[in-house]
Structure formats: structure tokens, C-alpha cells
Write a protein that binds this ligand. Structure first.
Ligand code: ADP
Length: 669
């Protein structure tokens, strides 16, 4: 400001002197005060009066007039000059104010880098009083490693006619680190003709920090897609956060199944430190790392705790000094032992809780200010989620391996079972083939047997008839020559022949069943039953038997064989009667798609152990004397029923009677 006032006065004196010298060339040409100027003017006038020759009155009057006009003119010029000077001073004041109070930091540097001018914003940015800024070099705020770049930049500004931009890291007087954007232009000093470097400095520290944080966040997010395992991922996370925070050492500890919190990944810690810390247990030990994970905060911890639940200490030595020895026992003290001053432990949050912690440590004091830790806290859900996913993937891979092993084992078992099955099928095929051959052989042999039975029975009948005829002839031709004994023998021979004939007839019937059967036709079973009853009419009457019949169904049958079937069963019911008059009932029912018919009597009954045997040929339970018969009747019944696709069986209680059942296919379901 003082310079400004001086300059404005100087300017006014120069202008006055110029006006005066137009007329008073002899006046001294130094800058004067108003009083000096007045004295000077008086002297000039007095000298002129002395120099002036006496002049006539009119000339004198004319001169006086001219002088008066000139004086007025001068007064008017003077006024104009005053106004211009005030406007100039006002403009200059405005410029100075604008310069001083501009929000942008402005500095002017000499070619040697000395600060010639600086505004208030520059002073506040660099953390010094404005006076203290002037004269020393600006490089005192620039870290050594950036000074070369700054000199180059200034050189470019001084040798260019256009504006130059650049970026610079500064350490201001309060120790704060700043990033500034530089805009510089060269300007010539009007007095000294020296080239100056005018710089504007914009503080872009926050902007830079936001950019760095954004870069870190996106780098962390991208990591998940690029890394194959949790360990690879965690190592990359350690490197990224360490680089971002400038932390000397950084590690990630995770809680394992044994509730220990080993370092999964780390950088910058000495191996001895990791050895000491790796077996730390959540249950057995006590320290910040543990309490950051369990969140079981203790009272001396409170000063260290951040609102986000992390532990943060700027100076561990000072902290341990200030707490009591008892309280000190709650800290393992390894960080202090290894010389770390700044320490932070940030819990890694995941949806379901805390998975572990990020441990930052540095030997310098105050390395982790709250904003740094707050930002690391904001990253932990992302890291936690990635860890969870890697763990889940590992678990899945384990299960997949196990599953694959199971599948392989099951495949091996199946292959073995298949092989065994193939062997079995092969041997079964061989057995079936053999069975088929055997069945065919049996069929052939059965046919042969039936043929033989038929031929034999047929051919036996003839000689039998001859024997019976000759015996009868003997009896009729020579009645007088036969004594009682002879007659008895002849009767025995005749009876044997008759029995033999019955046997042969039954065998013949039996063997004809399959060879000479008729085709099946639908018939109501009451018809063959009635024929059978008619055939047995005499026996029924003589046995005084009662026969009752339910309605019978219609089935597809060989009707004459059905007559035979009913006849054999009813004849047996009559033959094997008890002391009571026989009561015979014939009934039928539909059961699971087949007809079941039965012939029930109240005869002597059958012991259960004979239920199967009685259906075989020649199987009889009584002597011929007691109940006559050949033992073929039920075998014939069985063959007839089976030829019709049915079954035959008996239910009986000795002394209470028997029921013979047989089934025929074709009943509605
Ligand atoms: P047979 O009547 O000629 O002896 P079957 O083959 O008809 O031959 O019968 C075989 C045996 O079954 C008979 O000897 C008899 O012991 C027994 N049996 C058959 N039907 C009955 C019945 N209704 N009651 C008791 N026993 C019977």
C-alpha cells in the first residue's frame, strides 16, 4: 500500500511539472509539495516582474486578463487531474483487494524462484504469515524428490508466452501434505524489465484423495473376478491397501475353525512378528486384535476405538506409557516391541458377523488419521463378502470332489454289479436253454408216455376181455365139474379182470384228456353239472343224498370234460360219505377275474397232510375194501382244470366234510 501511495504522489508531481515548464522553463524540475510549488510560483512571478519592462496601461490590462484566464484554465485542469487521480487510486485499491482476497492462491516468483508477491490465499495454503513468505524460495515447501520437476516447470513458464499447467505435491508449514494444480504465466516487470513467473495454486488434495479412493475401491472390486483363491485375493488386497495407505506393514488375519486368528496374508511385518502372532487365540489371549474381532471392548480401549469399531492409535509408545501396568497386561505389546508407533486394527465385517481384521502398522507416528481408517472400514464389507464367497467356493469344490469320488466309487460298484449280472444272465440263459431242452424232452417223453398209456390201455383191453370171457366160459360150460373152491377162484379171477378193466378205462380216460379234448366254447356250467347229476342219479338216490346248487356262471369250457369234472367230484362226495345222509352243495363266486366253483360235502373229510397228495395218480387214502376206486379220479379232475387254465385245491376237516374248489378264468373283475 505504501508503494501505491508513493507512486500516485510521484505521478501527480510529474504532471504539474510538465504543465508549468510549458511557460516557466527556468523552474527547477524536482517533485514538490503544494507549499513548495506555491513558493516556486511566487518566485517566478516576482522574477518576471523584475524582468518586465514597464508597459503601457492597455497592454498591462490585456496581460492581466490573459493571466486571469490562464489561471482559471489551470484551476480547471487541476480539478480534472484530482478526479483522475482519485479514480486511479480507487481502481488500484480494487485491484489490490482483488489480488489479496482472491480465493485462488497466487504467487509471483523471481527467475531464481524467490517469492516476490503472494496473496492471502497463498499464505493460508502454505500455512505461513504473508510477510514470512516473501523473499525465501518456494522450493522450501516442495519435497526434494519433486523439486527437479518444479524447476523444469518454472523454466517452461519463463520461456513461453502461453499459460503452462502442472501438478505439484507440497508440504506446507503445518506439515500437511497437499496436491496443487499449477497455472503459470511469465510477466515482465515494467521497472526492472526482469521476467517473473506468476503462479496460481489450486488445492486439489481432496479431489486427488477421492480419485485414489475410487481407484482403490474399483481395484478391490475387480480383484474378486481375477483371483482364483482366497489366499491370492487376500495377498492382492494387502498390497493394494498398503500402497494406498502408505502403511509400512499390513496384514489380514482371519478367524479359523480353532478360533485362532493367524495372518492369512501380510506384507512388511518381520517373520519373527508373524511367528509370535500367528497362534493368537480368541479364547485364550487378550489384545486389541482380539477385541477388535470379538468387539468385547475394555475401558482403556475406549480412547483407541473409532465409531466404526476399529482400534486406532497414533502413538503406541505414548499410549502404553499412560496406562497402568495392570491395564498394560491386557495388551500383548508385540507391536511396541517391534517398534510400531501407528497401529490400526479394522474388523472385517460380513453379513453374518466379523470374519477377521485388517492390521495396519507403521513405525512413524500418526500415520493412520481417522479419515484413512474410516475409509478402510468402509471397504471391509466388500472384502468380507469376497472372502465368504471364496470360502463357499472352496467348500463347494471340496464337496464336489467328494461327490465325484462317490460317483466314481458307485460307478465302479455298478460296473462290478453289471459284470456279475452279465455273468448271471449268461449262466441263466444257459440254464434256460437247458431247461427248454429238458421241457421239450419232457414234453416229448410225456407225449410218448400218453401215447404209450393209450396204446397200452387200448391193447390191454383185448387180452383182458379174453381172460374174463374164458373164465366166464369155464363157469358156464363146466358147472358140474367145479367145486366150491374152484368157483371161488373163478369169481376172484373175474373180479380181478373187472377191476383191471376199470383201471384201464380210467387210465385211458386220463391219457385222452390232453390229446382228445374238444375246443372250448362258452357254456353255462349248470348244463354239464346237470348231465353229471343225471349220470349219478342212481347213486344219489341210493345214498339218500341231498344236492343243492347255486346259480352257476357261464365260462369258455370243454363241456364234456366239465361233465367229467363235476361227476368225479360228486361221485367222491357220495362215496366218502359219513354215517349221515350226504348233503352236497355246488356253488360259485367271482374272485379277481376268475370263477371259483366248489363241491361241498359233509363226508368223512381228509387229513390236511394229504391235501396235495390226493390229486396225484393212484394216490388213495383207504383200502379197496373200505372204499372202492382206482385213485385216478382227482388226477383226472386236476388235469381237466389245468387244461382250462385254472387250479384245483381242497379244504377239509376230518369228520366234518370236504370242499373241493376249482377255478376257471374269464370272470369280470
Ligand atoms: P378214488 O376215489 O378212486 O380212490 P380219487 O382220486 O378220486 O380216487 O380220490 C383219491 C383219494 O382222495 C380217495 O381215495 C379219498 O381217500 C380221497 N377223497 C377224494 N374225495 C374225497 C371226499 N369227498 N371226501 C373224503 N375223501 C375224499
Amino acid at each position: 500500500m505504501a508503494t501505491k501511495k508513493r507512486a500516485s504522489k510521484g505521478y501527480r508531481a510529474d504532471r504539474l511539472k510538465t504543465a508549468e515548464t510549458k511557460r516557466v522553463t527556468e523552474a527547477p524540475h524536482t517533485s514538490c509539495s503544494p507549499n513548495d510549488l506555491r513558493a516556486l510560483a511566487e518566485a517566478v512571478v516576482a522574477k518576471r516582474r523584475r524582468d518586465l519592462a514597464p508597459m503601457p496601461e492597455p497592454d498591462a490590462q490585456k496581460l492581466v486578463h490573459q493571466l486571469q484566464v490562464h489561471q482559471v484554465e489551470l484551476e480547471m485542469q487541476n480539478e480534472e487531474l484530482h478526479r483522475t487521480q482519485s479514480a486511479l487510486e480507487e481502481a488500484r485499491d480494487r485491484y489490490v483487494d482483488l489480488y489479496d482476497f482472491a480465493p485462488l492462491a497466487l504467487v509471483t516468483l523471481s527467475p531464481a524462484g524467490e517469492v516476490l508477491e503472494a496473496n492471502l490465499a497463498a499464505a493460508s495454503l502454505l500455512g505461513l504469515d504473508r510477510k514470512a513468505l516473501i523473499h525465501p524460495k518456494l522450493t522450501r515447501f516442495i519435497p526434494v524428490e519433486s523439486q527437479d520437476a518444479f524447476h523444469l516447470y518454472c523454466h517452461q513458464v519463463l520461456h513461453s508466452e502461453v499459460r503452462q499447467t502442472g501438478e505439484l505435491t507440497l508440504k506446507n508449514a503445518t506439515g500437511g501434505s497437499l496436491t496443487v494444480r499449477l497455472e503459470g504465466i511469465a510477466a515482465d516487470d515494467p521497472n526492472t524489465r526482469e521476467r517473473h513467473c506468476r503462479l496460481s495454486l489450486t488445492n486439489i488434495t481432496e479431489h486427488k484423495e477421492t480419485e485414489r479412493r475410487r481407484d482403490l475401491t474399483s481395484a478391490l472390486a475387480a480383484l474378486f473376478a481375477h483371483k482364483n483363491s482366497a489366499s491370492e485375493y487376500l495377498q492382492a488386497v494387502v498390497e493394494l491397501i498398503r500402497q494406498w495407505s502408505g502403511s509400512e506393514a499390513l496384514g489380514i488375519r482371519l478367524v479359523n475353525d480353532a478360533q485362532e486368528i493367524p495372518y492369512e496374508s501380510w506384507a512388511g511385518f518381520e517373520p519373527g512378528f508373524i511367528d509370535l502372532e500367528s497362534r493368537l487365540s480368541l479364547q485364550r489371549d487378550a489384545c486389541c486384535c482380539i477385541r477388535a474381532i470379538t468387539q468385547a471392548v475394555e475401558s482403556p480401549d475406549r480412547t483407541l476405538l473409532t465409531p466404526g469399531g476399529s482400534y486406532r492409535c497414533d502413538n503406541l509408545h505414548a499410549f502404553t506409557e499412560q496406562i497402568t501396568p495392570q491395564e498394560r497386561a491386557r495388551y500383548r505389546g508385540n507391536c511396541v516391541k517391534f517398534g510400531f508407533a501407528s497401529v490400526a486394527v479394522v474388523p472385517i465385517h460380513c453379513r453374518e458377523g466379523i470374519l477377521g481384521a485388517i492390521h495396519l502398522a507403521d513405525r512413524r507416528i500418526g500415520q493412520f488419521p481417522p479419515p484413512v481408517i474410516e475409509f478402510v472400514e468402509s471397504l471391509t464389507p466388500l472384502i468380507g463378502e469376497a472372502i465368504r464367497r471364496f470360502q463357499a467356493e472352496a467348500e463347494l469344490a471340496k464337496h464336489r470332489d467328494h461327490l465325484e469320488e462317490l460317483v466314481a466309487q458307485r460307478t465302479r460298484e455298478l460296473d462290478a454289479a453289471n459284470e456279475q449280472l452279465r455273468t448271471e444272465v449268461a449262466s441263466r440263459e444257459i440254464a434256460e436253454e437247458a431247461l427248454l431242452h429238458a421241457a421239450e424232452a419232457l414234453k416229448r417223453s410225456n407225449l410218448d408216455l400218453e401215447q404209450f398209456g393209450y396204446v397200452a390201455s387200448h391193447d390191454l383191453q383185448e387180452p383182458l376181455r379174453a381172460v374174463a370171457g374164458f373164465v366166464r366160459l369155464l363157469e358156464h360150460r363146466f358147472p358140474e365139474k367145479l367145486d366150491a373152491k374152484m368157483r371161488e377162484y373163478i369169481a376172484g379171477a373175474a373180479e380181478g379182470a373187472t377191476r383191471m378193466e376199470r383201471l384201464i378205462t380210467d387210465l385211458l380216460t386220463f391219457s385222452r384228456l390232453s390229446t382228445e379234448g374238444s375246443a372250448f366254447t362258452p357254456a353255462n356250467l349248470a348244463a354239464p353239472l346237470n348231465v353229471a347229476l343225471r349220470n349219478l342219479q342212481f347213486s344219489i338216490l341210493s345214498a339218500n343224498a341231498t344236492v343243492t346248487i347255486d346259480p352257476l356262471p357261464t365260462a369258455s369250457v370243454d363241456e364234456s370234460q366239465m361233465v367229467q369234472l363235476f361227476q368225479n367230484l360228486i361221485a367222491n362226495a357220495l362215496k366218502f360219505r359219513s354215517e349221515h345222509a350226504p348233503q352236497i352243495h355246488i356253488g360259485a363266486r367271482s374272485e379277481e377275474g376268475r370263477w371259483v366253483l366248489w363241491v361241498r360235502d359233509n363226508g368223512i373229510g381228509i387229513e390236511p397232510q394229504y391235501f396235495e397228495r390226493i390229486f396225484q395218480v393212484f394216490q388213495r387214502l383207504h383200502t379197496r375194501n373200505k372204499y372202492p376206486g382206482t385213485g385216478i379220479g382227482l388226477a383226472i379232475c386236476k388235469k381237466i382244470v389245468e387244461r382250462h387254465g385254472g387250479q384245483i385245491w381242497v379244504e377239509s376237516q376230518p369228520g366234518l366234510g370236504s370242499t373241493f374248489y376249482f377255478s376257471l378264468p374269464g370272470a369280470p373283475r
